[in-house]
Ligand binder design. Structure first.
Ligand SMILES: O=C(O)c1ccc(O)c(O)c1
Ligand SMILES: [Mg+2]
Length: 641
């Protein structure tokens, strides 16, 4: 279907927005009237620019507070409409969005509203334009799409139809299946937005918290299937009022928005195909008959596990000390690059000093195993994901790589070899052999913890869920001394890949961490302690709290305290973990999961944040610098292993 976006979704001038939408690959835009009013370009110039960029101007919006008014007010409303239709003629826009009256309506009579819309239809027709009537969720009388359709039906005018906006329908909990009762040709326009599940008044929710499809709590794919079944053939247009996207980089947000729409179309196409398969009529055939083409993209290839985690720095020496203390072994230096591999069991840490001048240790990339790297790359490309630069030389593994919104590079690999230590990614043969991890050793990578700015979070969630098909359990938040840290885990259903996406306080740069899994954490901790590993200190009050929460006995608490372990328990099982102090911007966590414990010890996070804050203060005290660090800066791109 044609892809469109409202200019209100983006930051910048109207001209910036048009350029960004065209570059991202949109077919058209909705001109948000305030964007036109403030530009110094004439409507003719905007029209010419859109033409040059290959963008159609699909909708002019909004026209407010028209219907349900007294006779004097109607006169004035028609005068306003004439002026807007004149502007639309100059712009070359064929459809105007009229939202339901929130202010001046004095009657809730459907007949009166329909009669007045018929007047408006006559006027619109004389300008060659159409009226798409939208029920705002907070309209004075009309706040339900079924009522706006009833009024448009009563108006019985070829220039009057409805605009359906998923926000107004889903925020009120109205069943979108009723869309199928509306003849497709009377749906003049469709606006799509997702939103987080919040309990607040709908107007504030709508004006500040809308999200792109796939980022919130609603099933927009299902919503689109109702439109297709109704026979709607117009554009799918994004209308997302969001305080963050209004200030993020225009081009980046336009690409992000397009990714959402590409994913949505594919999702709707799959739902329709599934419904057909289930013998529920032949919606797909009807859609085709109506001339609706939903583009599909390559199947998602859910990753099977971590190949490696890459840490990059000008000097990775300090990281190697910690890896050695944690019991990982050095597997050698790469043949052609300043890249070193450490491993234990299935945990592989790549240390990269290439193109890393002046960089402190930081998490630069992760490698993931997939079934078919080619197909996974096709999907990523279709979703407009930026490819990671390759610096591969002849004879080396050529991995498909992408840049996640936080700047993290993600490499996909489908080639494995059998070794004594179990299956390994084929590229690992470019280093020395590994050995199997023993009981008191690190066995694999449990999860990685990525932090990014508040302006990247929604985009990152969309990236991981749509490109790699990760699931998204409920988000959590934890209080640190400098502010709240919001966390969204994205993971495979089987837990083989888990990534915690964190947004911390603006002024603090929390370390990213790599969590290593083991099956005997007391032994790993004991050996590490013998090798001189420092751990993030856990306060005694925490152990008193554990006693109160879980009724642990003294001996158990002493064992935990001796190793500075933290603990959690749920109905599913138990969890033990400890952290190393940060080296540069990374730290390591060692975890042991018992039973089917499947979460991340959320209650322990404030203890970690407070302890890290104390370490920060000590370090700042020692060096005489200020304690607060600037937010993470952009990093230059890294290479694969
Ligand atoms: O918030 C508003 O006023 C508003 C305006 C136009 C729309 O299409 C809409 O969905 C909301
Ligand atoms: Mg709308």
């Amino acid at each position: 279907m044609r892809r469109s976006i409202a200019t209100v979704c983006l930051s910048g001038s109207l001209e910036d927005k048009l350029h960004a939408c065209a570059d991202a690959g949109f077919d058209g835009v909705e001109i948000f009237e305030p964007d036109l009013v403030v530009t110094d370009r004439s409507p003719e110039e905007i029209r010419a620019l859109a033409d040059r960029l290959g963008l159609s101007l699909d909708l002019y919006q909004p026209f407010r507070d028209f219907e349900g008014v007294g006779p004097g007010q109607l006169e004035d409303n028609l005068r306003r409409a004439r002026a807007r239709f004149e502007t639309m003629r100059r712009l070359g826009v064929g459809t105007v969005l009229v939202c339901s009256n929130v202010a001046t309506a004095t009657t809730g009579s459907d007949e009166v509203a329909a009669e007045q819309l018929r007047h408006l239809g006559d006027l619109a027709a004389s300008y060659g334009v159409r009226v798409a009537y939208e029920a705002l969720a907070w309209g004075r009388y009309v706040d339900d799409y079924r009522r706006s359709w009833e009024i448009a039906r009563l108006a019985d005018h070829e220039a009057v139809g409805v605009c359906l906006d998923s926000f107004h329908i889903l925020s009120r909990g109205h069943d979108p299946a009723g869309i199928e009762e509306i003849p497709g040709e009377k749906i003049f326009f469709v606006q799509l937005a997702d939103a987080p599940a919040l309990t607040m008044d709908v107007l504030s929710w709508s004006r500040h918290h809308r999200l792109f499809p796939g980022e919130g709590a609603w099933d927009l794919g299902r919503f689109v299937t109702h439109l297709v079944r109704a026979g709607y053939t117009g554009p799918l247009s994004l209308e997302v009022f969001n305080d963050v996207f209004r200030q993020t980089d225009t081009r980046r947000t336009a690409r992000h928005a397009l990714r959402s729409l590409v994913w949505l179309e594919d999702r709707a196409a799959r739902l329709l195909a599934d419904d057909d398969g289930a013998g529920d009529g032949s919606a797909g055939e009807r859609a085709t008959a109506a001339g609706v083409a939903l583009d599909r993209i390559a199947d998602v290839d859910v990753p099977t596990g971590y190949d490696y985690v890459e840490i990059k720095a000008e000097d990775t020496g300090e990281v190697e000390v910690v890896l050695d203390q944690l019991g990982l072994s050095f597997r050698g230096q790469h043949r052609t690059k300043p890249v070193r591999l450490w491993s234990s069991g299935g945990a592989r840490i790549v240390l990269n000093e290439q193109h890393a001048r002046d960089l402190k240790p930081h998490l630069a990339g992760i490698g993931l195993g997939v079934a078919d790297a080619g197909a996974a790359s096709d999907r990523a490309r279709a979703l407009a994901v930026r490819a990671a630069p390759r610096r591969t030389q002849a004879g080396e593994a050529d991995l498909a790589g992408f840049v996640a919104p936080s700047g993290l590079e993600v490499f996909l690999n489908d080639r494995r070899t059998e070794t004594d230590a179990g299956p390994e990614p084929a590229w690992a043969a470019e280093f020395h052999r590994g050995r199997p991890g023993g009981a008191g050793e690190i066995a694999g990578i449990d999860h990685v913890n990525v932090s990014h700015g508040w302006d990247t979070h929604d985009e990152a969630v969309l990236f991981w869920t749509t490109v790699l098909g990760l699931e998204r359990p409920t988000a959590t938040e934890a209080a640190g001394p400098q502010g709240l840290v919001r966390s969204q885990v994205v993971r495979t259903r089987d837990g083989a890949v888990r990534i915690s996406l964190n947004v911390g306080p603006v002024a603090v740069s929390h370390p990213q961490h790599v969590a290593l899994a083991c099956t005997d954490i007391f032994e790993v901790a004991r050996r590490a302690q013998d090798r001189g590993l420092r751990r993030v200190p856990v306060p005694d009050n925490y152990y008193d709290d554990l006693r109160a929460r879980f009724g642990l006995d003294d001996a158990t608490l002493d064992r935990l305290r001796d190793h500075q372990l933290m603990y959690d328990r749920s109905a599913a099982g138990e969890f033990w973990h400890f952290y190393t102090p940060p080296v540069g911007r990374v730290c390591f966590e060692v975890v042991q999961r018992g039973g089917a414990y499947d979460v991340y010890a959320g209650d322990n996070t404030p203890v970690l944040l407070a302890a890290q804050d104390r370490l920060d203060r000590e370090a700042a005290g020692a060096s005489g610098t200020t304690r607060r660090r600037p937010p993470p800066a952009g990093r230059p791109p890294a290479a694969g292993p």
